[in-house]
Ligand binder design. Structure first.
Ligand SMILES: Cc1cc2nc3c(=O)[nH]c(=O)nc-3n(C[C@H](O)[C@H](O)[C@H](O)COP(=O)(O)OP(=O)(O)OC[C@H]3O[C@@H](n4cnc5c(N)ncnc54)[C@H](O)[C@@H]3O)c2cc1C
Length: 379
């Protein structure tokens, strides 16, 4: 970074690449770029939540974490192993997909807030500068971008990476179009065990219901996340916003209730989170890329958001470096890969939802069964 200075609450600086968002996608992109010699600034708000959703890290993330130099951090920082996923889906009896026997071994149940904070630190230690705040405005000036932040900063950058998560806040201003496929919504609570006693279960559990599905997973430190997933317009009718009703419905499940039987309940508060699938088209243009959820946000059922955030963060860094070296197709090729990846994901998602046929007439399932499939090959 060149020419950064602070005065009267205003920071003015310029850099090669400005990464908006300090989640896994932004940090992966920033780390790859600084290691390649670029001046990088990460603009991200100071994290305040002690608990963050998105904890199941797929085993396939292992080679990416290794490439980023994060594998030891994940292995040694108190995150818990995840041996597989059990799902009562399409029938009463749960089936289990074991991860331990797969090519990458176990995945993890991460403490996401700690993982993200540690990742930001690693990116900072590698040389990425950090600007605390949110990007507010973006505009093009000849050969560079100019941005303001809500912390009063004015920054210039040759390239921009929008890694702001599902809302894809910059991409809209760059002329890209966010395309939403559904309005899946999570009503999530953090459950604690009396005395903080850790459970012995190391798998995630999914169970479908007429209005959607439940998900639970143990978290490091003896807590457990429990989420009800339904569509935004169905939340009120299912009474899931009421803590007691939410808890009572969990008690009426066939399997989830056994997983939460030893936990204190209901939780002190519920969080309502957008969890729908969406993608941004195009995912790159002259001088900019979109990465992570901002590029392709997937259903938590797929439990691949972190993996994709790392992969697309790294890929967008590669595309920027190639563009900078004169490869005029690199950014368009990256956008093409994201579009193809998301279409492939949508087909897999549709196939998974079609495996549950017990409540065909219920709105949540009918919408998913009737949704038209994207074509096999990107138009
Ligand atoms: C309910 C739910 C459950 C999930 N469960 C799983 C799971 O089990 N496993 C899994 O792999 N994935 C899961 N995911 C998805 C996973 O959390 C995301 O895919 C992942 O966090 C994406 O990383 P990211 O870096 O793209 O975005 P994020 O992690 O969302 O990070 C975006 C960052 O950008 C910052 N930001 C926002 N606006 C601005 C701005 N204007 N300027 C600067 N910064 C900004 C935000 O503060 C945030 O720090 C789940 C998601 C949901 C909603």
């Amino acid at each position: 970074m060149s020419g950064t200075g602070s005065g009267a609450g205003v920071t003015i600086g310029s850099c090669d690449v400005l990464v908006a968002g300090g989640g896994p996608a932004g940090c992966a992109a920033a780390l790859a770029l600084v290691r390649a010699g670029a001046d990088v600034v990460i603009v991200a708000p100071v994290a305040t939540a002690d608990w963050q959703v998105g904890e199941s890290c797929a085993p396939a993330a292992r080679p990416l974490l290794e490439r980023l130099g994060l594998l030891d951090l994940v292995a040694l920082d108190g995150h818990a192993p995840c041996y597989g996923i059990q799902a009562a889906w399409g029938g009463e009896a749960p089936t289990e997909v074991s991860q331990v026997l797969g090519p990458y071994g176990a995945g993890w149940h991460l403490d996401r807030a700690r993982f993200d904070a540690a990742f930001l630190e690693v990116a900072g230690a590698a040389g990425a500068s950090r600007h605390a705040g949110r990007v507010r405005c973006v505009w093009r000036r000849e050969d560079h971008w100019q941005l303001t932040t809500d912390a009063g900063g004015l920054l210039r950058a040759r390239y921009l990476v929008d890694a702001t998560g599902r809302p894809a806040r910059l991409a809209r201003r760059l002329g890209a179009t966010p395309i939403r496929s559904d309005r899946l919504t999570a009503v999530a609570g953090l459950l604690t065990a009396p005395g903080g006693a850790a459970g012995s279960e190391h798998t995630s559990l999914v169970e479908s219901t007429p209005w959607g599905w439940w998900y639970t997973a143990p978290l490091p430190g003896g807590t457990q996340v429990l989420m009800a997933m339904t569509d935004a317009d169905l939340v009120v009718g299912t009474h899931l916003l009421d803590r007691d009703a939410w808890w009572a419905q969990a008690q009426r499940t066939g399997h989830i209730r056994h997983r939460i039987a030893h936990l204190d309940a209901p939780p002190r508060q519920l969080r309502v989170l957008a969890a729908g699938s969406s993608h941004t088209r195009p995912a790159a243009g002259p001088g900019w890329t979109v990465a992570g959820d901002a590029a392709s946000a997937t259903d938590p059922l797929a439990a691949r958001g972190i993996l994709m955030a790392l992969a697309t963060g790294l890929d967008s860094a590669r595309a920027i470096l190639a563009d900078h070296s004169g490869d005029t197709h690199a950014l368009a090729a990256y956008a093409g890969r994201i579009a193809a990846l998301h279409q492939e994901y949508l087909r897999a998602q549709a196939a998974q939802y079609r495996r549950e046929r017990r409540w065909d007439a219920a709105p949540f399932w009918r919408r998913r069964h009737q949704a038209s499939l994207p074509p096999l090959i990107s138009a």
